[in-house]
Design a protein around this ligand. Structure first.
Ligand SMILES: *Cc1c(COP(=O)(O)O)cnc(C)c1O
Length: 230
């Protein structure tokens, strides 16, 4: 399958899923997840309009950034260690994986040095799986409140990864819970938190995510085909 065909199919599936959501006309941001994908192939997707790219490892993001440059918006979607913040703080437009106060402090410190405010999403471990990063749902609010005092970090919403399961009800329940948490956080009206983005849904579950209120989906294999690790 060609990338252009994949993107066409993806766009159709997005529109169909939106029809089953509460707000079919809302804008959906697609993040092309480019881990393991060659720069030439990424360029092909960019030529077809994919201008938000997501990487889950700092080193890989840096390598790609060197060849592709700042034209696309870069998203850090994987677990981020504090000591690596300094390498990406001037390159990313959104960090999806904020999962601790100390990470927020480091991002704010590094961002202030370059006079930037960095947009972040609080990653929530809705399913409670031990293998997953993210804060517990009931910790998300207190973390957001603590970030209020930081000048160079701005919360833009929430992110989650659904558990790896073929059971659609479990996946849907996870997305519903993140949506509800986001609504509660909106009610807090925090000055530094604009709950605009709900980053949920990947190639295997984005339709359920969109039905449940996602407006940012992170899509790898449905655009680029199955990843080959070597
Ligand atoms: C790899 C990855 C994705 C995309 O996965 P696909 O199944 O290929 O769409 C989305 N989010 C995160 C955090 C990832 O690491």
């Amino acid at each position: 399958m060609s990338i252009s065909n994949n993107i066409m199919v993806l766009e159709n599936r997005i529109q169909e899923a939106l029809q089953k959501s509460a707000d079919p006309s809302k804008k959906i941001q697609v993040i092309g997840v480019t881990k393991t994908i060659k720069p030439e192939t990424i360029q092909e997707a960019m030529d077809l309009g994919i201008n938000h790219l997501g990487e889950n490892k700092v080193q890989e993001l840096l390598t790609k950034y060197e060849t592709i440059g700042p034209a696309p918006q870069w998203h850090m979607i994987g677990h981020l260690q504090r000591n690596k913040v300094k390498y990406i703080v001037d390159k990313v437009s959104l960090i999806h994986s904020l999962d601790s106060l100390s990470l927020a402090e480091e991002i704010s410190k590094r961002a202030s040095k370059i006079n930037r405010t960095i947009d972040v999403l609080v990653q929530v471990n809705v399913s409670g799986e031990e293998s997953k990063f993210g804060v517990e749902p009931n910790e998300a609010m207190s973390l957001a409140k603590q970030i209020e005092s930081m000048n160079n970090v701005r919360i833009k919403g929430l992110m989650t990864m659904a558990p790896f399961t073929a059971n659609e009800a479990i996946t849907r329940d996870c997305f519903k819970k993140l949506f509800e948490l986001n609504e509660k956080m909106k009610e807090l009206n925090l000055a530094h938190a604009h709950m605009e983005y709900l980053s949920m849904g990947m190639s295997n579950d984005f339709e359920i995510a969109l039905e449940e209120g996602s407006n940012m989906i992170r899509i790898g294999s449905a655009i680029f085909g199955n990843r080959k690790y070597d």
